[in-house]
Design a protein around this ligand. Structure first.
Ligand code: SF4
Ligand code: SF4
Length: 81
């Protein structure tokens, strides 16, 4: 399941550089996560790196993108192939 950034984001830019998939970008007001690139860090890290560094606790599961761990791993491998 990809993650998403909710409206509590303060646009601090802490999350963007730690994403192994370059899935995070600055939007007009808040930052956004590309669900086609977010693997919940599966394939690269033990846990979502963006959530670890976010001071606003505004990164949550994206209910529109249910995915199994296997699907997330496959997504990671396709991004990095
Ligand atoms: Fe990037 Fe990992 Fe956060 Fe997804 S969970 S946006 S892959 S840092
Ligand atoms: Fe927004 Fe959190 Fe990323 Fe900062 S770390 S830009 S508050 S989502």
């Amino acid at each position: 399941m990809a993650l998403l950034i909710n409206e509590d984001c303060t646009a601090c830019d802490a999350c963007r550089p730690v994403c192994p998939n370059e899935a995070i970008s600055a939007g007009e007001v808040i930052f956004t996560i590309d669900p086609l690139r977010c693997t919940e860090c599966v394939g690269a890290e033990e846990e979502p790196q963006c959530k670890l560094v976010c001071p606003a606790s505004c990164i949550v599961a994206n209910p529109d993108w249910p995915e199994t761990p296997e699907e997330l791993q496959n997504k990671y491998e396709q991004i990095h192939s």
